[in-house]
Write a protein that binds this ligand. Structure first.
Ligand code: SF4
Ligand code: SF4
Length: 495
């Protein structure tokens, strides 16, 4: 699929939303000349394994969806940020009750979702307890799914305590992606996070419990690495408890072959009823999280697009469709229709080659400019790597930083939708403006004059001139228009 032509002019009356598109950004190259495996200098065999996994590949999350099945409610440890009445806060937003499923119910739901959501590529078990501790339900679910939909990827998330007991079975079931939540490598730090653990029919507390958990986590990680299973390590950043310590965690997991590190902010409110919530433990600020991520970058591959999903999330990351699939609405006789997913995957292959080519072109043009300028751009997107969401409907913005180093996704910001039921909501706009702190430019598929003016007053330039363009193409064009000082490249942007 080729990039859409965008009609832009350079009139001074509406300078920003008439930003010129640099000539280098307009043309597309023959898509077949690009080798997608060159992403991040990655080995082609690894790329083949992650290219459809929305969490293990940032690029894949534009195209592919995951479904969490909440079949594993039991847990063998207590985290100070978790209240069992809510979802697992490692992988879920607290306060959103999950419907717990039996393995049979989960299979019925998976078949319904796979028939209706062509983007679906991964079935994961991420709680609401621990997939390795509630092992029988995990196995029963995966066996059913693998039998009915053999091409789907299977994925689990675990606290790691029971992991070493099941690594061989995970390998036998072709589970190729495992997430372990590792918040410490020093039991003294661990004792401030885990009041108790259950191991070998005994309950351990304090430093002793944390030490056992740490040893089991490291053993499980090493065993997965030995078997070639890809591992992602989630770490919850807890200010004053383990924030600085996570640098050491990062070293330990790198030395044991982890594929990816995902540092997520603590989510903690008094209403969640957790130990941290009730004792007023603060959550990290955005800038603190970013500073830590920047400090860790360049060691183990870093995940920056995590959504801290519910344990029953369905759909593309950031676009939860769980409510469309209430169990009582799903026919007990529905069979799996593979057609939609097959057609979709073929389409994606073409689209992604085109997008990849556009991304390479945009990065090359930005880097070759050699400018010392930087921009932070917020993008409203529904996926596919394009600017394709209206400002009024966006619930989450993707943030990109662009500099002479290139164009990079640096995070997400959740926002309240400005326009619900066709009417703009001023109080929502106030909150969006707060959430846009530090952003230079906002790109969306459509934005009205009212919100555009309010954003401009707050220092954020907004435009829909790049509607449906590839994200990197648009950002590259803006960067060049803003910072190219050559006389032959006139800019319509206010500098
Ligand atoms: S591992 Fe997950 S379910 Fe268990 S206590 Fe921790 S956050 Fe809660
Ligand atoms: S919580 Fe993060 S890692 Fe887990 S499914 Fe959601 S985006 Fe992926």
């Amino acid at each position: 699929m080729s990039e859409p032509e965008i009609e832009v002019g350079m009139t001074s009356s509406a300078p920003f939303d008439r930003a010129p598109m640099a000539p280098a950004m307009r043309g597309g190259r023959a898509s077949s000349s690009y080798d997608l495996s060159v992403t991040d200098d990655m080995d082609a065999r690894i790329w083949e394994r992650i290219k459809d996994h929305p969490c293990f590949s940032e690029q894949a999350h534009h195209y592919f969806a995951r479904m969490h099945v909440a079949v594993a409610p039991a847990c063998n440890i207590q985290c100070n940020y978790c209240n069992r009445k809510y979802d697992c806060t490692n992988e879920s937003r607290p306060g959103v009750a999950s419907v717990k499923l039996t393995p049979d119910q989960a299979l019925r739901k998976v078949i319904a979702v796979a028939s209706k959501v062509p983007e679906l590529s991964v079935i994961g078990i991420a709680g609401p307890g621990d997939a390795c501790y509630d092992w029988k339900k995990t196995v029963a679910t995966f066996e059913g799914v693998a039998r009915e939909i053999p091409d789907i990827k299977l994925c689990i998330s675990t606290n790691g305590l029971a992991l070493p007991d099941h690594v061989d079975e995970l390998a036998d079931m072709n589970v190729d992606h495992v997430t372990i939540t590792i918040n410490m490598v020093d039991p003294e730090v661990g004792a401030k996070i885990y009041p108790w653990i259950l191991h070998g029919h005994r309950r351990y507390t304090g430093i002793e419990g944390a030490r056992i958990l740490h040893e089991r986590q490291m053993l499980g990680l090493e065993m997965l690495t030995e078997r070639g299973i890809l591992t992602k390590i989630n770490s919850v950043m807890i200010p004053g408890v383990n924030d600085t310590h996570l640098v050491e965690v990062n070293q330990w997991i790198r030395d044991r072959g982890a594929f990816m590190h995902n540092v997520v902010p603590l989510i903690s409110k008094h209403s969640h009823g957790t130990y941290y919530g009730l004792t007023g433990q603060r959550c990290p600020e955005q800038f603190e999280l970013k500073a830590l991520q920047d400090c860790l970058d360049g060691n183990v591959k870093l995940m920056r697009h995590c959504q801290q999903c519910r344990a029953d999330a369905i759909g593309l990351l950031g676009d939860d469709r769980e409510r469309e699939f209430a169990l009582d609405q799903i026919s007990t006789k529905a069979g799996y229709d593979a057609n939609k997913r097959e057609v979709y995957r073929k389409l994606v292959e073409h689209e992604r080659e085109d997008q990849f080519a556009a991304k390479l072109d945009a990065n090359k043009a930005v880097k070759s400019l050699g400018s010392s300028g930087t921009l932070v751009v917020a993008v409203a997107t529904k996926g596919g790597g394009r600017i394709n969401e209206h400002f009024g409907q966006v619930r989450e913005l993707q943030l990109y930083a662009v500099s002479r180093k290139g164009i990079n996704l640096v995070g997400h910001r959740k926002v309240l939708p400005y326009c619900l039921g066709g009417v703009g909501e001023e109080s929502a706009l106030d909150q969006i403006i707060v959430a846009l702190d530090g952003i230079d430019i906002l790109l969306s598929a459509k934005i009205g004059d009212g919100p555009k003016k309010r954003l401009a007053k707050a220092g954020v330039r907004a435009t829909d001139a790049f509607a449906y363009a590839y994200i990197e193409t648009a950002i590259g064009a803006l960067y060049i228009a803003e910072f190219d000082r050559k006389p032959s490249m006139p800019t319509a942007l206010p500098l």
